[in-house]
Design a protein around this ligand. Sequence first.
Ligand code: SF4
Length: 179
Amino acid sequence: MENKETINSILNIVKYDLYFTGTQINYYFVCKRKLWFFSHNMELESESDVVLLGKLLHEQSYKSKRMKEVTIERIKIDFIDRAEEIHEVKRSRKMEDAHLYQLLYYLYFIKHYTGKVMRGVIDYPLLRKRANIELDEGKEKEIQNILQDISRIVNTDKPPEEEWKKYCKACAYRELCWC
Ligand code: SF4
């Protein structure tokens, strides 16, 4: 029985491990209903002013970096510095957990996909701040649990119920929730 549970848990990790995008990890922390919409091909975010502002910031910041917008399978990294540091550029610290776990997932993805252990940095150019991030054993376990929970959410037939939060005012999906 114990062996069966161990095998199931390994199969779960393999199945859900590197399947998701950074945006899905980010939305898991912002709003699980939004995660569901996005994961069911309802991608409204490109129309949002907030997203356009974010894209502009990415284009204008760190122009000199040569390895910008690096895509590895399902993840897209803002830039890689000194071949061992991956960077995410963010506008503000309002969604700090979402930023943190998105970057941790990138570190996790790269470690399991390529075998390379890298460091992470979240850059806040408008605030002139940066946060250094490392993937330790505890964070790796947390990422695995998050991936399994994301899988559970996106595999349900209906989205989670709407729940009002400050962020709803700026959300591209607000008309699906509050009209
Ligand atoms: S409007 Fe609010 S509840 Fe609806 S998806 Fe956006 S953040 Fe979630």
